[in-house]
Design a protein around this ligand. Sequence first.
Ligand code: NAP
Length: 286
Amino acid sequence: MKVTLSNTARKLCIIGDPVLHSKSPLLQNAMCQALGLDYIYLCQTVSPAGLPAFLDAAKTLGYAGFNATMPLKTALLPYLDSLDPLAEKIGAVNTVCIKNGKLYGYNTDSPGFLAALREAGIEPAGRRVLLLGAGGAATAVAVGLLDAGVAHLTVANRTPARAQHIATLAPARTSAVSLDPRALAREAAEAELLVNATSLGMGGQGEFEDLSFLEALPQGTPVSDLIYHPAQTKLLARAKALGHPTMNGLPLLMHQAILALERFADVSISPRQVTPLLEELLKGEA
Ligand code: NAP
């Protein structure tokens, strides 16, 4: 993609390690161009040990802010001057604004997931949800779903302690189970929304050994997978074959980016203004 650069452009970037595969520069530069926002968005490899030097440099060079990916979403917390209450509840930031040399942290994964669901016509309020995974993305999804008023959230994870930690967020409406196929089938039978937030199914990250629990889902239960590479995981393919509506991770990727740009540029962006452009850019990327 060709980026037009002005001398007054304010600087943004994504940091992480590894980060060079990130689609954020592509999406953010395209949105800035389309919306007439005078920003340039770069990509910078930063490890946790390199954070203090990066933060000093970003302030000195007048960066307006940055996004953070693995392994920095929690490593950044001690350096922030202010933490948004939602990000505090999740325990992770993916968006940091720099104003007058101070760092303001936010999490746009959580509202981004809700926006993606609602755009697909899925209102989470009142539903029983089965969430697979209890890592960073799963925690953001869980907090969003609980705040949106789900009736019950079951968190299934390989490491039980992590699922139990999420369950402490709203003990009356949350339970934790193992990833055992029989436990999953029992929970799936009552689910009104299934979300995969494990890395199982992503290229090179392993696969679910047994997807038979999907057969227990009531007919028409939506199935969401946060993974977008590949565009259709085995879990989504099986769910689709069983007749369930499915959603991959691209809508989340787009919505968390839109919400981050709103924070950086202090503007309001209608997703309808930019999603056709972003979808076009991501075509063939997954
Ligand atoms: P994370 O914090 O490392 O969590 C990984 C999760 O996957 C944990 O629940 C982990 O279980 C589970 N897992 C990993 N390997 C497993 C295995 N072999 N068997 C069973 N469970 C396993 O990662 P994350 O940041 O939450 O990301 C999770 C997924 O979401 C990734 O695929 C990522 O690409 C995707 N994601 C997508 C977007 C988007 O914009 N669409 C945004 C964020 C994340 P344990 O707790 O037992 O280790």
